[in-house]
Design a binder for this molecule. Sequence first.
Ligand code: MG
Length: 292
Amino acid sequence: MKLVTYQQDGQRRPGVLTSRGGSDVIVDLLAADASLPGSVRGILEGGAAALAQAAAVAQAATTVIDAASVTLAAPIPNPGKILCIGLNYADHAAESGQPLPDYPIVFSKYSNTVIGSGEAIILPKVTDMVDYEAELGFVIGVRGRHISEADALDYVAGYLPVNDVSARDYQERVSQWTMGKSFDTFAPMGPALVTADEIPDPHNLAIRLWIGDEVLQDSNTSQLIFSVPKLVADISEVMTLEPGDIVSTGTPPGVGAARSPQRFLRAGETCNIEIEGLGVLSNPIVAESSAD
Ligand code: MG
């Protein structure tokens, strides 16, 4: 099931992205069954019963919305945590001139960074070194602490493409990456949260990023150093994970800062990330208004 949050009349509504007659359509879950929770995170909090109810409602729905006619938000627009993993692909660590980590490098982004597919990445007026990072994200579905690697996938609700947008000058200015990673709109994610039952092996997914006809990243999640279960186990050793929390697993090689010449995002472009089975995350790039 592909869970989405879409925007209508200033409201965010949970839906299921599906196909009818070869076209992408959205089932408005609340219109179909008002007893369902009012958000994707609420559906996750409802556990297996709420997910099964949503799937049944989506399958039975006779009224659908043309997906092309609506604006998506991120599936979880206001996650409690956004945890990102640094240097989790060996060849990206090499291109960054960094040693391979022997323990996951975890940093945070905040809900001000979250946007959905189709929404604009805003280039801040204070930097011209804004870079892209295609990443596999996973979403927690079950509250837990001290989760073992063996049990970890039972706590994962699903997966989605994430763009860990990064202002390299702010990132490198001091030892903490937070400022360079946390400008508004710097965490596009979506288009949908694809539930884990559709992704039997998250460690064998093609991942690709392109702008126009330039393919800038082209790899596979088989190259991850720290696996999804390892990350769940290590993070939950420290903090309680909650439904809707998002972990972005790190980026493969090909980032703009490591290219020669360097290649940063420019206003007017559209940045696209596709992960096998998870769809395409597509975001136009716009300049911050000088009046802001
Ligand atoms: Mg990253």
